[in-house]
Design a protein around this ligand. Structure first.
Ligand SMILES: [Zn+2]
Ligand SMILES: [Zn+2]
Length: 394
């Protein structure tokens, strides 16, 4: 069941917080104002506040009863470096920055849940409210983990939530297994011996070798990876020679690209297979080759138990449908660093129809405040379910 936010004007309070955050967007690791707002609201609710993890990250901790269970809930706080084009009373006040991914809504809903749980205290155990900086490609979750997040705040399970336009505000999607792809980069440098274009036999031709490498590259997905496992390997950059020097075979060719997968095993496979092709082709053509695979973000994979728990709660709070057939996204989310070593689930909360076609990362996007009730209710009921019973509720 939805919790009642209408009493004591809580919904009006949260809506005002959300719009204030929207008007004051901050980029990754620069969320000084946002972190201050978050810390003040948590402290006002009587919640212990820890600041400075991952530079601007904030963790609120609320314990209740004698239960030893712990749960971590994560919201991201950062905005994007893009201008807001739509006119609204709470439009971004900062040129070139806007909340175009709805993280203002995520922060607000987790604050709403923290306030509610601090009041009702109908659970027994400990909940950590994680307000993460820099989700948008700047590595905030990894920084928090490296700064000791789960050493300071050990957690049995961690949950994340993202708004999703296209689903109604009273709908959610909760699916076990892969949700978001890994997002890695790779580079290959073929090192030959440059020579006169008319005398290739006097050198070692890195350009021809690179052609063989590129045409073999798609055999990784086509012939090596299990056909039932999605994977992408793309060469996206190629640099060699000079169009002004068409009689010169260059010394080196630099190639770079991306690799995506939905399982850690396939991700490992892509890393080793690109390297194997690179080595093999270099040896065939008697060149040297350098290979680098840069692991950026692991895939987000929902643990079956955590997904089942989240699904039960979603079905309880959503007055609309709960989707269990929602397709994974090819985007990434560094929530993956949080649920790598402990069970967890990442769920989607409906954000209503895309207004004027504006989706995530569009200059007119806006989080839909009508989703706040469902989001806060989901977090509250999830804590009550995971840390159920014997709280100090009166
Ligand atoms: Zn985003
Ligand atoms: Zn986002």
């Amino acid at each position: 069941m939805l919790i009642d936010l209408q009493s004591d004007d809580e919904l009006a309070f949260l809506t005002a917080v959300r719009r204030d955050l929207h008007a004051h967007p901050e980029l990754g690791f620069e969320e000084e104002r946002t972190a201050r707002v978050v810390a003040e609201i948590l402290a006002d609710a009587g919640i212990a506040v820890h600041r400075g993890l991952g530079k601007t990250g904030v963790v609120g901790t609320l314990s209740c009863g004698t239960g030893e269970g712990t749960i971590a809930l994560r919201a991201d706080m950062d905005a994007l470096a893009m201008p807001e084009t739509a006119d609204r009373p709470y439009k971004s006040t900062i040129d070139g920055k806007m909340h175009a991914c709805g993280h203002d809504g995520h922060t607000t809903m987790l604050l709403g849940a923290a306030r509610h749980l601090a009041r009702t205290r109908d659970f027994s155990g400990t909940v950590h409210f994680i307000f993460q900086p820099a989700e948008e490609g700047r590595g905030g979750a990894r920084r928090m983990v490296e700064d000791g997040l789960f050493d300071l705040f050990p957690s049995d399970a961690v949950f994340g939530l993202h708004n999703m336009p296209g689903l109604a505000v009273n709908e959610m999607a909760v699916v076990a297994g892969p949700q978001l792809a890994s997002s890695d980069s790779w580079t290959v440098t073929m090192r030959g011996i440059g020579t006169h274009g008319a005398k290739p036999h006097l050198g070692r031709d890195a350009v021809t070798a690179s052609g063989h490498f590129l045409s073999a590259l798609q055999t990784i997905v086509g012939r090596v990876v299990d056909p039932l496992q999605p994977a992408v390997v793309s060469a996206c950059s190629l640099r060699a020679g000079d169009p002004e020097a068409l009689n010169v075979i260059p010394d080196t060719v630099e190639i770079g690209g991306t690799a995506r997968a939905y399982s850690p095993e396939v991700r490992d496979q892509l890393e080793s297979e690109i390297g194997r092709l690179c080595d093999g082709i270099a040896r065939t053509f008697d060149l040297k080759a350098d290979y680098r695979y840069i692991r950026r973000i692991p895939p987000v994979v929902n643990h079956p138990d955590s997904a089942a728990d989240a699904l039960r709660v979603a079905r309880d709070v959503c007055t609309g449908s709960v989707r269990t057939d929602f397709a994974p996204s090819t985007a990434g989310d560094d929530f993956a660093f949080l649920n790598q070593d402990i069970p967890g689930a990442y769920v989607w909360l409906g954000n209503g129809p895309a207004v004027d076609g504006a989706l995530h990362h569009n200059t007119a996007y806006d989080f839909n405040d009508d989703a706040i009730s469902t989001g806060v209710s989901f977090w509250v009921r999830l804590v009550e379910q995971q840390l159920g019973g014997n709280g100090t509720a009166t």
